[in-house]
Design a binder for this molecule. Structure first.
Ligand code: ADP
Ligand code: MG
Length: 809
């Protein structure tokens, strides 16, 4: 149990300092030469000295200065993680993004000339770790899950928490927990300390915004030393647009064309906000500047297939749609891109050649093919890694990316940056639970980061597709930490599993709104995972925390073992956890979804979809024919296998089906599944607005262009079934449970919708129902309405041993 322990006695550490120890490394000649040019390498002595003498060290340095690739190597060479050294534990490096964890492990393995299991990675669906692992790159979610199993992190001698400036939810929580782990490790008994050395922590950050860590007295006992790595950055000239065009995709197309046709050789990196825009721009560019489309080589294809076959034992903490996958969420009606923009007009910036001398301009080759590559997190990993390969001889590299390319990966050879200045961000309304994904200006810090990407190898240029006035007045200095705009039930459950009962006292680098924490705790009470009185995790909650999925889904999974539904529930929660597998192209989706449709629920439709996919042998062509994203389908399969393994390992006696091919659920099973869904989404029920109305008979339906209005539990706003739902075209049910609320400027939409029989709520949410005025619908009287419109209040406690589903009639 975490106790708040006395502060660390720094003087004591001298006993535990590693003796000098050097591990020889056989680097390839080219590698050694290149790394010595990196700014961080000239600070090796200073950095290692600081790590030896301090429990926590902060390293700040511009992106590309070599932090991620080199600092782990310094530690390795100095004997950390060597079995014969004083610090034999693994060196752990956390990353907010999966792309970075994988690509950095590969890069560092290459630089150290070591096999992939010694320099390994672990992400949610994949791992290369083994007993031989010395360096382990992982997402911060993976490490958070490890923490709830082993609070002392005994496996590790040193932890590098990378990209701390991104202020990701998981990174923030990790820093908070690790500040406590440090104390625990330092205060072990003398005897234990022989076996488990004090932990060292290195926090690495790209920008100078480190005061949240250094000046936060609740985090560390004394402010950790900050080592600034001098950025050997070449100058980047920043060019603002005179105007700020609405259509930044069209504007980037024009800008790229000009750069390519008029300016000297050098790669172009373009920042847009999401997958749709990126694929659209890639298409336009490839049409105008044809080049051989990059094809997956046979070897890549083979690796991909192998990765798919790999037994996955990896875990990762989810937080809703975990791991920065959010940038490509479908925005529904707002997502369309203007097709008919004017690609030729030339009102702005005729002076693109300014700042280049004649000779240089002479090197421009407008007939050279443009090697166009997309980069976003939903892209299959192999395709993502292509940006690191040199472009074909005689072509110009042009990478169109989301903010993935802002700090975590450095693409070689970039000389020009085109920045739309925007990013797609998750917004979360704590009051109503409504999430929305909005495209908005990034921050000044982000814009400067993006510009900096042009000056890695030589002087560069950054073209901002907005005016300097907009930059001055509309851009915040820094982006808001994610913890302030995310639902927290996942992390709160994880904290409770680490026996942190008073979550408000947790040492957050930036505390979230109290209301957010309160809401999360309340939801966990509703779900039965946290005891109402003691705020302590219940036995049911502990079972929930075993699964690397959100608490609602974990609940469905646990009660799913009844009535022989578990294999179906596993499909269901895997699909919900991975996110919508249907391709973003709505027309295509509408056409194909009818193949799989289940009348009662979008989520049950997913079960049929996954089932059909497995029966078709999980083939690419099946995905293509039915408008499904191959990557999502593979991830669903991997998560199914992983969840099945967790059930088998933790719940002996539970009969579990390991064959991915399942018969379609029968009618009775479907009905049970619908109730299991309701039990997990018990705080996300909506009632048709007309049946809530006073009076005897049925009121008129509240109908407008968006459909029939529903009332939500926590908000007064009307909400509507999203047009992509299978229920959209049907007679609207009286009650529904929804998986997701999204907001567009005009409407609140419910996605992932399931019809709910009102009478189920009496069982599934007994305490959550209050007696009241009968609804305008022949219902049992237990469901009612209070003044504040909360239809439902508290969720029943599920007993720890016997987690009952109500009797099914
Ligand atoms: P930082 O963490 O400080 O941002 P990195 O350690 O990620 O810096 O990058 C250091 C250098 O290594 C960069 O110049 C980058 O181009 C290079 N690099 C990183 N990954 C690869 C890769 N997969 N292939 C080639 N070069 C790479
Ligand atoms: Mg880095």
């Amino acid at each position: 149990k975490i106790k708040l322990l006395k502060s660390i006695n720094e003087g004591d550490l001298s006993n535990d300092i590693a003796k000098p120890f050097y591990v020889p490394v056989n680097r390839l000649a080219g590698v050694q030469e290149a790394r010595l040019k990196l700014p961080v390498c000239s600070e090796e002595q200073v950095i290692m000295e600081a790590i030896r003498n301090n429990t926590v060290v902060i390293i700040c340095g511009e992106t590309g200065s070599g932090k991620t690739t080199q600092v782990p190597q310094f530690l390795y060479e100095a004997g950390w993680s060597h079995p014969d050294s004083d610090n034999p534990g693994v060196i752990g490096i956390t990353q907010p993004r999966r792309v970075a964890a994988v690509s950095m492990a590969k890069r560092v393995g290459h630089e150290l000339n070591l096999p992939g299991d010694e320099v390994s990675y672990q992400i949610r669906y994949d791992a290369t770790t083994s007993k031989k692992t010395r360096l382990k790159f992982m997402t911060d979610g993976v490490l958070l899950r490890e923490l709830s199993q082993d609070l002392l992190l005994t496996k590790y001698s040193c932890l590098i928490i990378d990209e701390a400036h991104e202020r990701n939810l998981n990174t923030d929580i990790l820093i908070g927990v690790v500040s406590r782990v440090l104390r625990l490790r330092a205060e072990l008994s003398r005897e234990d300390r022989q076996k488990i050395k004090p932990l060292r922590v290195v926090i690495m950050s790209a920008t100078l915004r480190v005061t949240d860590f250094t000046e936060n007295k609740t985090l560390f006992d004394k402010p950790p030393p900050v080592i600034n790595v001098d950025a050997r950055q070449f100058p980047v000239s920043v060019h603002f647009n005179k105007r700020t065009p609405e259509d930044y995709v069209g504007e980037s197309f024009k800008k790229i064309s000009k750069i390519h046709e008029k300016l000297p050789p050098g790669g172009i990196l373009v920042f847009l906000t999401g997958q749709n825009e990126i694929t659209h721009l890639c298409k336009l560019l490839r049409q105008k500047y044809p080049s051989l489309p990059p094809k997956a080589t046979k070897k890549e294809k083979k690796e991909e297939d192998q990765a798919n076959k790999l037994e996955t034992q990896t875990e990762e903490l989810p937080n809703g749609q975990a791991d920065m996958e959010n940038e490509d969420v479908n925005l529904g009606e707002n997502d369309e891109i203007e097709e008919d923009f004017d690609l030729e007009s030339d009102e702005d910036d005729t002076d693109i050649e300014e700042g280049f001398d004649k000779e240089e301009l002479g090197e421009a080759n407008q007939d050279a093919p443009l090697h166009v590559l997309p980069l976003y997190s939903m892209l299959p990993t192999e395709a993502q890694l292509r940006v690191f390969q040199p472009p074909p001889e005689g072509t110009r590299l042009c990478v169109i990316a989301t903010n993935v390319a802002e700090t975590s990966v450095t693409i070689p050879g970039i000389r020009y940056v085109v920045d739309c200045g925007k990013a797609k961000d998750r917004k979360f309304n704590v009051e109503t639970g409504i999430q929305s994904f909005e495209i908005d200006w990034t921050s000044k810090a982000s814009a400067d980061q993006r510009a900096g990407r042009a000056g890695r190898t030589q002087a560069g240029h950054c073209y901002r597709l907005f005016s300097s006035a907009v930059f001055d007045h509309e851009f915040e200095k820094f982006s808001l930490p994610e913890i302030k705009r995310m639902p927290l039930e996942g992390v709160v459950l994880n904290m409770k599993a680490m026996n942190i009962d008073q979550v408000v006292n947790f040492p957050f680098p930036t505390p979230p709104p109290r209301e957010s924490l309160f809401k999360a705790e309340k939801l966990l009470q509703y779900l039965g995972g946290v005891d109402k009185m003691s705020k302590h995790i219940t036995e049911f909650g502990e079972a929930m925390s075993l699964f690397p999925i959100g608490p609602r889904l974990a609940k469905m999974l646990i009660i799913g073992q009844q009535h022989g539904c578990l294999p179906y529930v596993i499909i269901m929660v895997s699909a919900l956890s991975v996110g919508n597998p249907f391709d973003q192209n709505e027309a295509q989706r509408q056409k194909h979804i009818m193949t799989f449709v289940s009348e009662a629920s979008d989520i049950l439709t997913l079960i049929t979809t996954v089932g059909a996919y497995e029966y078709a042998g999980g083939s690419d062509s099946f995905c293509h024919d039915h408008g499904l994203r191959q990557k999502a389908m593979t991830e669903i399969r991997q998560l199914r296998r992983q969840l099945t393994n967790i059930v088998a390992a933790n719940f002996p006696g539970v009969d579990i089906c390991v064959d991915p091919k399942l018969k379609p659920p029968n009618k009775k099973q479907l009905q049970i599944l619908q109730q299991i869904l309701t039990a997990g989404l018990i705080d996300s029920i909506a009632v048709r607005a007309d049946v809530l109305e006073a009076g005897g008979g049925r009121g008129a339906r509240h109908k407008n262009a968006s459909g029939v209005a529903y009332k939500l539990m926590w908000s007064d706003e009307d909400a509507f079934i999203h047009p992509t739902s299978v229920l959209y075209v049907q007679e609207p049910p009286v009650m529904i449970a929804y998986n997701e609320l999204t907001q567009t400027p005009n409407n609140t939409w419910m996605k992932g919708v399931t019809a709910v029989e009102p009478k189920w709520l009496c069982n599934l949410g007994k305490e959550l129902c209050t007696y009241g005025r009968p609804l305008n619908y022949p219902l049992p009287k237990v469901i009612g309405e209070k003044k504040d419109r909360r239809i439902v209040h508290v969720i029943p406690q599920f007993g720890p041993k016997d987690w009952p589903l109500p009797a099914i009639e």
